[in-house]
Design a protein around this ligand. Sequence first.
Ligand code: AMP
Ligand code: MG
Length: 443
Amino acid sequence: MAQLLPLQDVLQQLLRHVPCLPAEQKPLQEAVGRVLAQAVLADRDIPPWTKSMMDGYAVRSQDLRPDTPWYRKNRWQLRVVGELTAGGVATAALEPGTTLKIMTGAPLPPGADAVAMIEQVEEVTPEGRTEPEFAVLSSRLAPGENVLPQGSVVRRGEQVLPRGWVVRPQDVGLLAEVGAVQVAVAPCPRVGVLATGDELVPPEEQPGPGQIRNSNGPMLAALARSASARPEPLGIARDCGEDLARRIARGLECDLLLLSGGVSKGTRDLVPAALRRCGVEELVHGVALKPGKPLWVGVYRREERPRLVFGLPGNPMSTLVCFELFVRPVLRRMQGQTEPGPHFQQAELAAEFRHRGGRTTLYPARLEWKQGRWQVTPLRWQGSADIQVLSQSNALARFEAHRQHWPAGSCVPVLPLPGGSTAGAATEPDTPLPGGVCDQGEC
Ligand code: AMP
Ligand code: MG
């Protein structure tokens, strides 16, 4: 770990090595959460015809003048020539002095240019008939009133969704409207997840003396899934060159490989050497970041596409921070997103904060909408192994290097964590950090 790289340089460098994966076709319903690999164009105008926005009467607005034969005592009496419901089409143009009863969504007949709301029309139905003979209007209508012109939302051939767009449930409606029943989406990258450490046992096992459960493996798999990727668990590698090499070789078949643990300076931190021996070229080792300093990243070029390999520091908080700052943006870019993040927002610090040290610090925090603004409270945590605080936090607050003190009310960048509720929390977190002090050692 020669010189620690500044945070912003690391991601820039990694994004240069991100491979572009070939797109795949997916049925509309399966496209939610996926990234569009191609822009989607409208195959017809929206709306496809000039339509009525109300249940009412289609009229020629120029008919509603005081100098017309059907004008009497501040009212216009128009002859009703029929009724058109949604799904129907008018067979003839509207003649002067006539009106067509029309339901919401139905196409306006030629000649008509406005719709009078049914509530504002008096219907005159002669004895013995069920259909009205006349519609009486007592006010004028502007051209276009209660009418949506053909193509006014989208013109045929226009783009409705751009390339790089993450499809959400409401987009499915738009895609269905333009007949995009199959859409080209970026593939879900296959992400190998390999935990390393002699002390680790699978979560379903009872740990023996000196052992802990592998929590990073399942967490990284879940994080990968939350980034529209497909995790491939590769188990736990022991801190020994052969076992690491064997599992790394399998992991290098994936589009991206994540390892956790074994990247710092301990005697059993064998991951960088094992990766290098497997042909992975080092790009990054050491970032001016807390937690996450020992991050190792390399690129494997022996396949048709380059593959990025992350050696994430083993502490769960470090793993999470490095995933959010570097891995998630890389996964987004692999799926064609042009703005891969990380997307920080500004929030007001709810309590004073102090830290020391020359590295940018990411602190677990609660982001809440309170009194009309986003407020962030750094949470008390006991170093990067404090896994409980990860569940209490819904964001990471960023404190730049070379500054020690942030008074309450300062504006700081905050990265919301996926799935975290940032709505005004019903309950206060039980461990807000009063006058927060980050006094953890190296992590
Ligand atoms: P290392 O980077 O391998 O030195 O690990 C740093 C710390 O993170 C140690 O306390 C490890 O026990 C812990 N750790 C490493 N890997 C995992 C994992 N997969 N799950 C939970 N804790 C881990
Ligand atoms: Mg280890």
